[in-house]
Design a protein. Structure first.
Length: 94
């Protein structure tokens, strides 16, 4: 008798895991944005407010986008959605 493929996990749990991870990634991106603004303002001449806002948004959103996409890749791989289907054929003993 053929062995069926294992049932993949429910999508709700994967979504819940992603949103929990995403919340932590938002905190990480905020910390990275703060650190980048502090590093930019360390010089003798103070940069304009537009430059500070662009630095904070650029570094924060870049980190958030990159880490979110990597989290989606890992969650997709753990969910079994990237594996090809396994076809089990029955052998006829005739």
């Amino acid at each position: 008798m053929p062995t069926p493929d294992p049932i993949p996990p429910r999508r709700d749990t994967i979504k819940q895991r992603f949103w929990r991870i995403f919340g932590l990634l938002v905190l990480l991106s905020i910390v990275i944005a703060i650190v980048s603004v502090l590093l930019v303002t360390q010089g003798e001449e103070a940069p304009s407010i537009h430059f500070i806002i662009a630095t904070a948004l650029g570094s924060g959103l870049t980190v958030l986008l990159g880490t979110s996409l990597m989290a989606l890749v890992f969650l997709s791989a753990q969910g079994g959605h990237d594996e090809p289907p396994h076809i089990h054929e029955e052998k006829d003993d005739e």
